[in-house]
Design a protein around this ligand. Sequence first.
Ligand code: FHN
Length: 479
Amino acid sequence: MKKFFLSCCLLLLCSVSLLAQQTSASHNQKMEWWREARFGMFVHWGPYALWGGEYHGHQQRVGGAEWIMNRCKIPVAEYQEMTRKFNPVDYDPEAWVRLAKETGMKYIVFTTKHHDGFAMFKSNASKYNMVDFTPYGKDVVDALVKACRKYGMKFGFYYSQSQDWNNPGGATHRRPMNQGWPNPDSVAIDAYTLAHNGSWDPAQQTRTIEQYMDSVAIPQVKELLSRYGDVSVFFWDTPKGITKAYVKKFLDLFKDYPNIIHNDRMGGGFLGEYKTPEQMIPTVEQLDGTDWETCMTLNNSWGYRRSGNIWKSAEQLVTTLIDIASKGGNLLLNVGPDPLGNIPQENIDRMKVMGEWMKKYSASIYGTERCKVDKPVWGYCTQKVKDGKTLVYLQVIDWPKDGKLLFALKEPASSARLLHNGKKLTFENTEEGVRIAVPTTAPDEIASVIELEFDKVLPRYPIKAMNNNLYEIVDAPRE
Ligand code: FHN
């Protein structure tokens, strides 16, 4: 009897550990392309582009221009009236995808519905959508998906599941009137939003959140899953009021789509597959070993802003991508197309420089992981294992003028070369690490890359568990 009990326990243990192994193996399999990709394009596009961050002749004071309806407390009817003019005749999704591809990006995440509640796709759950509500009358999601497929670009859907300022019952994060424009009725408006859970228009309150979820959010997610084929990512956002019951309802919809990768913002305790630091690069101490992706703007707004933009430099952006890869993360870099469908030239110019850099050095980004040497004085490093060897990439920002570069890893390297032209470099394996003789001028103005080869599989250096923080709402880039 005792023997029988022991064998049962053993069997149970084996199946549990097998299950765990299978789960993590299938998780790793699911994440494989995403980890390889390291670089994607985020697109924030919707009727907010028509406002361009301006209301009644005033610049929206705080935050991204996609929040204009909330920050400026634009009444639902007035915002809808503007949406009636949404006619993006210049929309050329293939040009967007080509731009992403030339920049070295491997996936695109598109705002199918942002907090303003407007569906960029044909929806039977809400007439407030691109096909039924605008003179343009075409499903822009469908066109983008087709373009992505044509160019072999993975695509993902951003969907604001609870925050919805148009469809009644949708949640609203309260923002004081002084973050919008100097409305003479600010005091009364602030008192109203305080008493009404953040909403500013009675039209937003004619249904409960449950009614909104069941009649809009759930059916729309179903539409997004069933219509466009192999979606790769679901990017949830601002999960106000999402209960476990709604997590279950959402996840039930995904049963037939096990390969879709979810971010960590669905809410209700659902962790998703990857974390989403926003507008910042986490320090090693802030990471906990789960996959992560920094989403970031090139300027100071997610949505199109007509004026008042503060642009990051191309050098800053390339360094950001390297920094993120060196910590084992992905970068999802945002563009905010204008109301006609054009990606602003300032975006394109910066992305072109990134693309040029990627053409020479993308091997040091794609599929790489963190390397052991944290924060070398001259820049960053990444590594990847290939055919039983390890390739370590040194991304040198501060090129040593004396022609001597020390990589402080105490492992013997077998070769060293400049990545862009394959030129061999001489080196010495010393007690302090690998000492490389480099040209006295930097081959690249932004970041030059040296590839070191090690004839063995170097250990992986996962980031230690330190932080269980989930996503926190950051609705505006730090100014
Ligand atoms: O409120 C949104 C914001 O507008 C933007 O969509 C970003 C992108 O990650 N997410 C929210 C803030 O965290």
